[in-house]
Design a protein around this ligand. Structure first.
Ligand SMILES: Nc1ncnc2c1ncn2[C@@H]1O[C@H](COP(=O)(O)OP(=O)(O)O)[C@@H](O)[C@H]1O
Ligand SMILES: [Mg+2]
Length: 393
């Protein structure tokens, strides 16, 4: 079993603050679990820090003081191959750096390196169990184009569109503009690898499109342009489990104040509450058949992607025709989508326990397979035959 949970959050991401909220919420859901929680806070500049105050929302009012008082740390593997979190600050002459045991990492980042597979890869490298999806599902989930290719391959409808890089735009913006104008009178411009609606714009007409494309390139070197779904209704569904055994939650209909859900709508409505505070209708007021189709599509996407833990699948529905389209995958959804599981019969503390159990079971499965190879191919005899080594020619 496991006892020591490392809660990893923050990160060099526009969703830094949202991640802090998710982590604090998760810690609070686990407060009666008997588990010991150690924070691993990645600051806005990318420093790894720890210290008990990092799981208190109050501490984040003054980030400067917070960073000064927190303890710099890093992963370290001991002689037995066990990974711990270790203090990296130099102590006194005879003082040993403090270390914290890690049985499982609770990954609570949103966006960028914390959600795109990079941090997941770090955990793999250190052979640590971690919650949520692995490297591949995380990377595909973060890239809107890759995610659409995946959805289409799963037979889930996607919105018609095109994508291009900044270099392609520089080389032939006129031809690309013609293609965009031929798509639809109103289109949506979005950076490929961001979240929280940053850089996403709904625009009509040549000038507005050019402006939105240029703005988009400030955020990402690769943009996706889609037909605008109108009249639009958004519906999201969460999936929990692993590829072999997954369940879908009730659906939600998030509500935006403007044409599209903005960062403001999603997170700033009721500060401190994260995604749970955004206004939404649960269950989404849509026909039963549509709910079922969206749940089935979400399960299919989750399984085929070999996702793990809790993910959220977002869809765009044409409210006139009832046609639904896959929009995006969130492999670490805001507040772990606990408000959807709550309404599906799984409480927030139960959800967190499940996430940790799944992480530990997946790690055990992986470690149960042969992963080390005793033969040393670089033993003297074998090396003799290799050309190009110094002195051997
Ligand atoms: N093709 C589309 N048609 C209409 N609205 C869209 C379309 N794509 C995105 N939007 C709107 O923009 C919002 C943000 O886009 P999304 O792809 O979800 O990016 P993000 O990763 O930033 O959340 C969506 O929630 C939706 O309101
Ligand atoms: Mg979105």
């Amino acid at each position: 079993m496991y006892q020591h949970v490392l809660v990893a959050f923050g990160g060099v991401s526009p969703e830094h603050e949202v991640s802090v909220i998710t982590a604090v919420q998760a810690a609070s859901a686990l407060k009666d679990s008997g588990l010991s929680l150690t924070p691993l806070y990645v600051s806005k500049s990318g420093r790894f820090l720890t210290g008990p105050q990092l799981l208190e929302l109050e501490s984040y009012k003054d980030l400067k003081t917070l960073e000064q008082q927190a303890v710099p740390c890093a992963f370290q593997t001991d002689a037995l191959g066990r990974t711990v979190l270790s203090e990296t600050r130099k102590g006194g002459l005879f003082s040993k750096p403090k270390v914290w045991p890690v049985d499982v990492v609770l990954v609570a980042f949103h966006g960028s390196e914390g959600e795109n597979g990079a941090f997941q890869g770090l955990c793999e490298q250190y052979n640590l169990p971690y919650t949520g999806s692995g490297v591949m599902a995380s990377s595909v989930g973060m890239d809107k184009r890759a995610a659409k290719v995946h959805a289409a391959a799963c037979g889930v409808p996607v919105v018609e569109g095109l994508d291009f890089t900044e270099a392609e735009w520089a080389a032939g913006s006129e031809a690309l503009l013609e293609k965009i104008l031929a798509l639809d009178t109103t289109v949506v411009v979005k950076p490929l690898r961001l979240g929280s609606s940053i850089g996403v714009e709904v625009v009509s007409g040549r000038d507005a499109i050019v402006r939105a494309v240029e703005t988009g390139f400030r955020y990402d070197a690769h943009l996706l342009i889609e037909k605008a779904v109108r009249p639009l209704r958004e519906v999201n569904c969460s999936v929990l489990g692993n590829a072999a055994d997954a369940q879908a939650s009730v659906c939600e209909q998030p509500k935006g104040s403007a044409e599209l859900l903005s960062f403001q709508d999603k997170y700033m409505g009721d500060s401190g509450k994260g995604m749970a505070s955004a206004s939404r209708i649960i269950p989404a007021p849509i026909p039963e058949a549509l709910t079922e189709a969206i749940q089935q599509a979400s399960l299919r996407l989750f399984r085929e992607l070999d996702a793990s833990g809790v993910a959220r699948f977002d869809f765009l529905v044409n409210d006139e025709t009832g046609q639904f389209y896959f929009n995006e995958i969130n492999t670490i959804p805001g507040s772990f989508s606990f408000y959807l599981w709550d309404k599906t019969g799984i409480s927030f503390p139960q959800l967190m326990k499940k996430l940790l159990d799944i992480a530990v079971a997946r790690h055990r499965e992986k470690n149960g397979r042969v992963r080390s190879y005793e033969t040393n191919l670089l033993s003297t005899k074998a090396v003799k035959g290799i050309k190009g080594l110094k002195g051997k020619g």
